[in-house]
Design a protein around this ligand. Structure first.
Ligand SMILES: [Zn+2]
Length: 111
């Protein structure tokens, strides 16, 4: 596997063609973790979603700065319930990785 490759151009952050269903304003960025996990990360409220096609119905999770994912009780989003797992170092997905997941038709733009 390739190590991190340095590039002159800043990598783009691709985001979903829908805003976050929880906060209704954040961009959902195509993201990945060190163990190959792919997910969408809200740049406003830190919500994460594991499947861009079911974001409206998936359980509400958030990603904390220490790389742990917490599942919240959907009836009370402010009550932290369970730590699900640690994703380790999270980063953004490049276009090839998004295509590999079959998600390229869901890209809303990039910044
Ligand atoms: Zn959000």
């Amino acid at each position: 596997m390739d190590k991190k490759v340095k590039s002159d151009s800043k990598p783009k952050t691709y985001f979903l063609n829908k805003s976050c269903p929880f906060c209704d304003q954040g961009c959902l960025c195509f993201s990945k973790a060190s163990r190959g996990l792919k997910f969408l990360f809200c740049d406003e409220c830190d919500a994460i979603y594991f499947d861009p096609r079911t974001i409206e119905t998936s359980p509400f999770c958030t990603l904390h700065y220490d790389g742990t994912v917490w599942l919240f009780d959907s009836s009370d989003p402010l009550s932290k319930t369970d730590q699900v797992f640690s994703v380790g170092d999270a980063g953004i997905m490049n276009l090839e990785e998004i295509k590999e997941m079959g998600w390229e038709d869901l890209i809303g733009g990039a910044y």
